[in-house]
Design a protein around this ligand. Structure first.
Ligand SMILES: NC(=O)C1=CN([C@@H]2O[C@H](COP(=O)(O)OP(=O)(O)OC[C@H]3O[C@@H](n4cnc5c(N)ncnc54)[C@H](O)[C@@H]3O)[C@@H](O)[C@H]2O)C=CC1
Ligand SMILES: O=C(CO)COP(=O)(O)O
Length: 356
């Protein structure tokens, strides 16, 4: 692929929830900071909500109290939003991405770079989001899937949207199959309060981001049961071990999992009351049923839908993921939350030596 434009570029963010809105702000602030001729458009599917955003210059539902940058435009018209976009950012929840992208695909330029922000597996196929994106765009445009795969990247890291919206200092990772692509995308989103690192490990970066949601559900359950820090640190550490096993089996790298998009994101999500996955777990741990938790949640907790797909993927690759397995069993109503700890601690002792 040739170098992406150093000069003018048009960026479109699809999805005006908490992360899409926040990341659009990052991109717009980054362009102003760099003095670059980049335009950033945020697309949302609800025309009324988008009109309100345009009028009030805020997205009060998802990022309350945050002013949108003057340079950011908003639209609910897909063709207008995507017209001429060099970089298309997908900030749509994992289970909705395929259907939405199928609608958007005819308006996506055949040489665009696509960046996925979602942290989930598609439950019907077990595919990662970069795989879904390449598959859908190949089907719609006739450009071969491997060409889209080369231009499809992921951004992941300890990135709780609300903290970034408040411009609290944060680091992240952009992973792309080719370093040049990752570096271009990183330049597009490097803002005074947001520092992207780059790598070429798309698989490891995606797996770290999506499995930590499942581990955060388990840590949330510990909080709901009022267990202390030993329990939570044990789940986080062993959670990282099983995440790393899965990532390596799929071709990811250990260094990715010990970095920002592995350990970094796990620590942030499992420690924060801002995390929707942690919150969902805490409510389960406090005794709510899954249906009650889902009713109580107003934003996406990806781990709930992704957990069974993660387990299925792990089984297909012969990877042992006991925490994920236990969380899935709780979600299916097979293991009551008070039996989660005995289930995990009562497993056969193995001679794992210093790998633990
Ligand atoms: N909020 C956060 O702190 C972070 C979220 N993420 C990931 O970003 C992805 C998006 O999540 P959030 O923005 O947080 O979710 P959210 O729950 O805040 O918002 C979801 C947005 O997606 C829209 N949406 C839902 N279904 C849609 C469809 N079929 N077509 C178009 N739009 C649709 C909703 O209208 C809403 O605007 C998730 O995969 C999440 O794991 C990643 C890092 C940080
Ligand atoms: O991915 C996130 C932080 O990096 C956000 O986590 P939640 O989706 O659990 O809020």
């Amino acid at each position: 692929m040739s170098a992406r434009p150093q000069g003018p570029a048009r960026i479109t963010v699809l999805g005006a929830g908490s992360w899409g809105t926040t990341f659009a702000k990052v991109l717009a602030d980054a362009a102003v900071d760099a003095g670059a001729e980049r335009t950033v458009c945020l697309w949302g599917r609800d025309p009324e909500a988008v009109e309100r955003m345009a009028r009030e210059r805020r997205n009060e539902r998802y990022v309350p109290g945050i002013d949108l940058p003057a340079a950011l435009t908003v639209s609910s018209d897909l063709s207008e939003a995507l017209d001429g976009a060099d970089l298309v950012v997908a900030a749509i929840p994992a289970q909705a991405l395929r259907a939405q992208l199928e609608i958007a695909a005819p308006a996506v330029a055949p040489d665009a770079v696509v960046l996925s922000l979602a942290k989930g597996l598609e439950s019907s196929t077990g595919l990662r989001m970069t795989q879904v994106i390449a598959e859908v765009l190949a089907e719609a445009t006739g450009v071969p899937e491997q060409d889209w795969a080369r231009r499809t990247c992921v951004l992941s890291g300890p990135n709780l949207a609300m903290e970034i919206a408040r411009e609290e200092p944060t680091a992240s990772v952009v992973a792309a199959p080719e370093h040049e692509t990752a570096a271009w995308v990183a330049r597009c989103c490097a803002a005074p309060y947001f520092r992207p690192y780059t790598n070429t490990d798309v698989v490891g970066t995606e797996i770290g981001g999506l499995v930590k949601n499942v581990i955060a559900l388990c840590v949330g359950i510990c909080d709901g049961r009022e267990y202390g820090d030993n329990s939570k640190a044990s789940v986080m550490t062993r959670g990282l071990a099983e995440t790393t096993r899965l990532a390596l089996a799929l071709g990811g790298r250990t260094t990715t999992l010990s970095g920002l998009s592995g350990m970094g994101d796990l620590v942030a999500t499992c420690s924060s009351s801002l995390s929707r996955n942690h919150t969902a777990g805490r409510l389960l741990g406090a005794g709510l049923t899954l249906a009650q938790v889902q009713d109580a949640m107003t934003q996406t907790a990806e781990g709930i839908k992704s957990a069974p797909a993660v387990l299925e993927l792990a089984r297909r690759h012969g990877v042992d993921m006991p925490i994920t397995e236990a969380v899935v069993s709780v979600l299916r109503g097979e293991t009551p939350v008070h039996e989660l700890a005995p289930r995990l601690l009562g497993r056969d002792l193995k001679s794992e030596g210093n790998t633990a």
